[in-house]
Write a protein that binds this ligand. Structure first.
Ligand code: DGL
Length: 253
């Protein structure tokens, strides 16, 4: 069984891509809604929350972990994994597969993410290593607005403010480096028009899950959700994204 975690419902976009590629994998999904959004938290807070999520998943028997949260990427220290029964070869995170997808490409890139992700410098370091210059756009409050089901017009207002015309002229591919953002893909498309293509990292992360964990993690395709606070919005999203799946949603401490 693999464990997937995020601050809430963002990781569902990654789970959905994984299910498409690897239907037989057994999944325990942990959404820490009680502490969402993660993107405005300090590095110390995020490290503590990461340890908590890993411990939860590891205690429940997950030996492979997918971090479906960009904001904690800088907290996934190599040394952390020695404390759990999770080997590094059993960890999949968002940054590596995303950056790798642009190695050797000519596209003019922009990347938008939460303040925590941008401030961590993790994408900046990785893109610098492959010699790519990228425009970085930090969007405050967007993941929270999506998590807590704010209206589409409110969400569109936040996205419009982040992408004034002069910023849009600088890139032709936009990377959505927050797993919540693909949940409002239509809003991004409306704001950016058809001159910009939008890249959802969930696809390359799912591909990595398949190459790295198949066939070791082959199971019966079971799906179990554990959330740290009940949320009707989360339940609705799960229903919408996984209409033909049998699952349980458990509210945990
Ligand atoms: N979906 C997460 C990410 O990719 C967390 C967003 C948040 O909770 O602020 O960064």
């Amino acid at each position: 069984m693999i464990g997937i975690f995020d601050s809430g419902s963002g990781g569902l976009t990654v789970l959905s891509a994984i299910r498409d590629r690897f239907p037989s994998i057994d999944v325990l999904y942990y959404g820490d809604i009680k502490n969402a959004p993660y993107g405005s938290k300090s590095r110390e807070e995020l490290s503590a929350l990461t340890v908590h999520a890993l411990k939860f998943l590891s205690d429940r028997g997950c030996r492979s972990i997918v971090s479906a949260c960009n904001s904690v990427s800088a907290s996934l220290a190599v040394s952390l994994f020695d404390s759990f029964d999770v080997g590094l070869e059993h960890l999949i995170e968002m940054v590596g597969p995303t950056v790798r997808a642009f190695r050797g490409t000519k596209a003019r890139l922009a990347l938008c993410a939460t303040p925590a992700t941008i401030q961590s410098g993790i994408y900046q370091n990785a893109f610098t290593m492959i010699g790519k210059q990228v425009e970085y756009i930090s969007i405050d409050n967007l993941a929270g607005a999506i998590e807590f089901g704010k209206s589409e017009s409110e969400i569109e207002g936040i996205v419009r403010q982040a992408f004034p015309e002069y910023v849009q002229e600088k890139f032709d591919v936009l990377i959505l480096a927050c797993t919540h953002y693909p949940l409002v893909l239509d809003v991004f498309k409306r704001v950016l028009g058809d001159k910009v293509s939008i890249f959802d990292p969930a696809l390359v992360v799912a591909e990595r899950v398949e190459t790295q964990l198949w066939p070791r993690e082959m199971g019966d395709g079971k799906t179990h959700f554990a959330i740290s606070q009940d949320s009707p919005h989360f339940r609705t999203l799960v229903e919408r994204l996984f209409p033909n799946t049998t699952y349980e949603i458990e509210v945990v401490e």
